[in-house]
Ligand binder design. Structure first.
Ligand code: MG
Length: 274
């Protein structure tokens, strides 16, 4: 029986109107949704902020507002800001790191997404990694392709990230890596070859969320869920909340004979201050 961390990606950058009305958009909705997910077992929250229903925001003050609310209502929860690119200018992607969240996402290479190229040029990646180091922010390395693991290794060799990295494998994005178990096994093996002390998690997009979580649990990793990645609990029913998706992941962890990590355990596992 091992403690397994549940991360919840509450919002993302897709408009909710055509999507799912449960996706939290305003800071107060985001804080409330995170609080419910925390109650259901999430120890880490991955945050994008939104200007409105349609538009991603880079406003650092919005990030700060959500961080403050989550710190107040969810004691010990690990706060992770997205530095993701969709709808945001490259120069703005690191603008909230000055608020020193516990963690931030860091993509180490470019990849095709459903309708865009998710562009992560080396100078931007290097700058984001340096900024994270300066503000004491632990990166979560987002792996959308095998080459991104090697991009991360180059950052570690250059002293720009800690070699005790936290890696996240993202499977099931259209035009990127398919959600296949053998592929996750290859990634995990290569990740641990390059980073023997790494921790890792996996995220499955859409209907792949549940099977990818199951594989991650079996293969020794942690799980990510939430409405950013998946808005449904079944082909004919929308998820009612982030908390509902977290409860499903918690059920999978317990069914496999493990337990859900508390925030303090998650901090120890990820080598963050408790
Ligand atoms: Mg994201």
């Amino acid at each position: 029986m091992r403690p397994i961390i549940i991360s919840v990606a509450i919002t993302g950058s897709v408009p909710r109107k055509a999507n799912n009305p449960a996706v939290p958009i305003t800071p107060s909705e985001q804080i409330e949704s995170t609080h419910e997910a925390f109650g259901a077992g999430a120890a880490l929250v991955h945050i994008h902020v939104r200007h409105d229903d349609e538009t991603p925001s880079s406003d650092p003050e919005r990030f700060a507002q959500v961080q403050e609310g989550v710190r107040r209502h969810c004691p010990g929860m690990i706060i992770q800001f997205s530095t993701g690119g969709r709808g945001r200018a490259p120069a703005e992607r690191g603008s909230a790191l000055k608020f020193s969240p516990d963690m931030a996402s860091l993509s180490t290479g470019s990849v095709n997404f459903p309708t865009i190229v998710y562009e992560n040029q080396v100078p931007l990646v290097t700058e984001l990694a340096s900024t994270m180091m300066r503000f004491g922010v632990k990166p979560e390395i987002e792996i959308f392709d095998l080459s991104h693991l090697h991009g991360a290794r180059r950052l570690a060799d250059a002293g720009l990230i800690d070699a005790r990295a936290h890696l996240q494998y993202v499977l099931g994005i259209q035009n990127a890596m398919p959600a296949e178990r053998h592929l996750l096994e290859i990634l995990v093996e290569e990740g641990l070859r390059l980073f023997p002390e790494a921790t890792w998690a996996a995220a499955g997009i859409g209907r792949h969320q549940r099977p990818v979580s199951e594989w991650a649990i079996e293969l020794g990793g942690h799980v990510r869920t939430g409405l950013e990645d998946n808005i449904r609990v079944s082909s004919d029913r929308l998820a009612s909340s982030n908390a509902e998706l977290v409860s499903i992941a918690a059920g999978q962890i317990r069914a496999a004979g493990h337990r859900v990590a508390t925030p303090a355990e998650a901090r120890t596992l990820l080598r963050l201050p408790v």
